[in-house]
Design a binder for this molecule. Structure first.
Ligand code: ADP
Length: 168
């Protein structure tokens, strides 16, 4: 059975991520989305929030599940009995980092292959940080994220604003 892990920050999940998930789910028996809980970063959404948001947009994909992880990706992959890591490649700028990551993982875990999906042209420019930036300036993010996700982002900004006003 080919079990694949699609790891990332997904802060928040975009239509570009979802496109990779849908395509990978057709190729592998099972796809596990791994939400990295990186304690060194301050994400907009907590790992639990990101997992909950992803669950809302993958209900149509029966062989896809999602959970968060900390620490090394290869340890998480072994724990889940996955033999493939899925990553997305957008512009050439992604390439150097992704190559380094996959080669490092290969040295640490020879039994796991990294497979790259090239981005859908429609989403080749799209990143989570761009979505947050647009949302921060109250721009329309509906072309970039699903409706449920757009709503969560708006709610988050509203909460942050209310807290800011309370604290000032
Ligand atoms: P990370 O912090 O691990 O890069 P991201 O959530 O930014 O986490 O991305 C997870 C994976 O999805 C990466 O392989 C990234 O290249 C890929 N990805 C991100 N946005 C897109 C997109 N628009 N199209 C295709 N792949 C993407």
């Amino acid at each position: 059975m080919a079990i694949a892990i699609y790891p990332g920050s997904f802060d928040p999940i975009t239509k570009g991520h979802l496109d990779i998930i849908e395509r990978a789910s057709k190729i592998f028996d099972k796809l596990i989305i791994g939400v990295l809980n990186n304690k060194q970063k301050t994400p907009m959404f907590s790992a639990d929030e990101r997992v909950a948001m992803i669950k809302k947009v993958i209900t149509h994909l029966k062989n896809v599940e999602v959970s968060s992880f900390e620490g090394l990706l290869i340890d998480f992959a072994h724990m889940k009995k996955a033999n493939v890591i899925v990553r997305g490649l957008r512009a050439i700028t992604d390439f150097e980092y992704e190559l380094q990551l996959s080669q490092t993982n290969k040295v640490m875990a020879a039994d796991i292959e990294t497979v790259f999906f090239t981005t859908n042209l429609k989403y080749s420019y799209l990143s989570s940080s761009m979505v947050k930036e647009i949302a921060n300036f109250r721009g329309d993010i509906s072309p970039f994220v699903n409706e449920e996700i757009a709503q969560e982002i708006k709610n988050k900004f509203r909460k942050v604003e209310q807290n800011g006003i309370k604290n000032s």
